[in-house]
Design a protein around this ligand. Structure first.
Ligand SMILES: [Zn+2]
Ligand SMILES: [Zn+2]
Ligand SMILES: [Zn+2]
Length: 133
């Protein structure tokens, strides 16, 4: 439930926040800002931007940046919180429908670089999704 998800992340439950979450939950692909805006309908832009920022900060959603200036947002998995975005999935962008998907990997590669402290690894793929293929 959306209200429980907010409470779990210590975010105050408001009708607007529930509404924004429901737009994310309705879709299987990631959302651009304009997807989100048209999904919400009536809204105050400042409130929406603040809500997005809160959700990003608290580990409710994450930002996806793909080559070609594509910027999307998607729901996080259970492991994310204020301090950590713990994703074990890749981001797939479909060149045909222009949708971006978070796809779980059965085995996420473990990468160690000598002397470098890796905080986050991003795996991206582009091609044709199963809906278009
Ligand atoms: Zn996350
Ligand atoms: Zn597609
Ligand atoms: Zn993702």
């Amino acid at each position: 439930m959306s209200a429980e998800l907010l409470k779990k992340h210590k975010i105050r439950v408001t009708p607007f926040r529930i509404k924004v979450l429901s737009v994310f939950k309705k879709t299987h692909s990631a959302l651009s800002l304009s997807d989100l805006e048209s999904g919400i309908g009536e809204f105050d832009r400042v409130t929406l931007y603040r809500t997005i920022k809160t959700f990003l900060d608290k580990g409710i959603i994450h930002e996806i940046l793909m080559p070609g200036d594509i910027k999307k947002m998607a729901l996080c998995q259970d492991g994310c919180n204020t301090h950590l975005h713990d994703h074990k999935h890749l981001h797939f962008h479909c060149d045909s429908c222009q949708e971006t998907f978070c796809i779980d990997l059965p085995a996420y590669p473990e990468i160690v670089l000598d002397g470098f402290d890796i905080k986050q690894i991003e795996i991206q793929a582009q091609g044709v999704c199963k809906n278009c293929g």
